[in-house]
Design a protein around this ligand. Sequence first.
Ligand code: GLA
Ligand code: ZN
Length: 648
Amino acid sequence: MRIGVDYYPEHWDKSLWAADADLMQKTGVKLVRLAEFAWCRLEPREGVFTFEWLDEAVNLFAARGIDVVLCTPTSCPPLWLYEKHPDAVMVEKDGTPTRTGIRGHRCINHEAVRFHCQRMIEKMTQHYAENKAVAAWQIDNELEAYFCFCETCNAKFREWLKTKYGTLAALNKAYGNVVWSGEYSSWEQIQPPYGHYPDAWLNPAFMLDYARFASDNVIDFANWQAEIIRKNCPGLPVTTNVWFCGHMPDFYKEFKNLDFISYDNYPTTKLPDNPEECYTHAFHLDMMRGVKRAPFWVMEQLSGGMGCWAPMARMPEPGMIKGYGLQAFAHGADTVVFFRWRTANIGAEMHWHGLIDHSNVPGRRFHEFAELCKAAETLQNVQGADNRADVAILLSFDNEFAFKIQPQTNGYYYLEQLQRLHAAFAALGLNVDIIGQHESLEGYRIVCAPEMYVTDEGVVQRLHDFAAQGGTVILTTRSGVKDEHNNAIMAQLPTVYRDMVGAYATEYAPIGYDSVALHFTDGTKAEGKQWCDVLEAEGAEVMASFDGEFFKGKAAVTRNAYGSGKVYYIATVGNQALYHHLAHGAAEEAGIAVISGLPPQVEITTRTGSGAVTRFIFNNSGREQSFMLDGETLTLAPFEMHITTKEV
Ligand code: GLA
Ligand code: ZN
């Protein structure tokens, strides 16, 4: 396993470089990421390229056996470009051009931006094509599916619609544009969602397509860059680094054509006290592994207290730097790159802490990082190993977009049920895959398909087949609600899933911040909140019923035999107890060996490689925890990771 750091030679006096590289080598750093914001030093004047300083840095690292990841610096074109092309900036929702002065201002579709990006990437990839120290390329930095309202992007949106619908008649029908006399009679009438209305005031079908377009836009930019890189550096892996932001592109589409996924991993430094606050960092790591169903990289890893645009957060507690690094390996990372080597003494991010503080005196966090580097070296057999899972959770970016466009009720957000199901199965010591809804379900025994809101016929068919052939499917409320255009389906809920669920809703109750008690037939108590379907079973067995509200006595959880499999339906958003109870029962019923009685915040994952299974047991809490495992007592310090390897 490999540990790296993010380093900015352009921010530091050259006299520091060699000492930094020496200390990296001595500590066990194997990789350095460079140059994602360095355009103004790589092309200080139009057409004048200056790679000498970067060569010097790359050579310093290479001489010490440290590889580099080079980045295309396209997130920050230099100011001379905007001076020459003032309209190369993104345009905001109200039509105002973005002002330069921070970062990431560029419109990725603007002709001049594309021209200069292409030339920069060509020059850079040609320059480093033969350099053996380059281990991979990163495209841009944290590409977000921003909405840019400039005329170039608007024209691109119209083209996107023409390709998708062909005719205005088809488009008007798909969007239901007759409402509020919104029918287009020419393509030119199509505008992006200008104005500061809440998204929910706009047509949901139009808005879903606009979100899909914004995502496709960024993916197109990434693929375009990948092509240029590959032309000059064939064989080198290409990635881009993602994070969980307000405007996520569809990761499943984004990485189809890229070689591996890399992710910026900043676990919280203050764990919530309330177990109902479903903080599960493991969820994000499992989601990243699931994007390509393969080992991934962390391109930026928590190194110190975070802050800059927000007030400073807590410093990582003792154990967190090493523990969270190992946690990433436990969930499928093969390389973890820390952001950043040293805290910046200049610029807006000087309070986003690196491994070494402003003083340049390595302290507690650095020493822990050094221990992690040593531990990583002992884990070479885990490189490339699989986190084989019996349980999968489906994620859909259509749903992510659509729920943001139309929030269902107070407190409701799409990922909550995914996180709660994940936490419930993970608490049984199981690996859990979070995968795109279009993935094959082969090899799984349980597939959770929460909130299948926007319907995709292929996915519906695959879930039916999976259950019919003996699998277990867990469905939830807000499924089968919308067709593929984000229009409501005219049938009783859960519409396209009704036959497999064996129950239907006669009505529903959005209860927002309120909650309602419920109990399972075996007496286990739980709660529902936010949303309740009022169900009539038609063949399904009622496993839990509501204890209050006007639907008292109606089913809250059902189970139906479908083909040779089972289909569970959760008619509400539960508290964690509901998911724990259901996951335990469903896993046992599906014949999956589980570990019972793990204390909260203890995570067990396994990676299976050639000839060995490595088990990671992590205490993701700030207190010592003792528990029985395989007949022995195991005691783990705060954030301690215990690793065992068994040959198979
Ligand atoms: C992100 C970015 C970095 C930096 C860090 C911390 O992850 O990719 O450039 O801004 O956040 O602020
Ligand atoms: Zn634009």
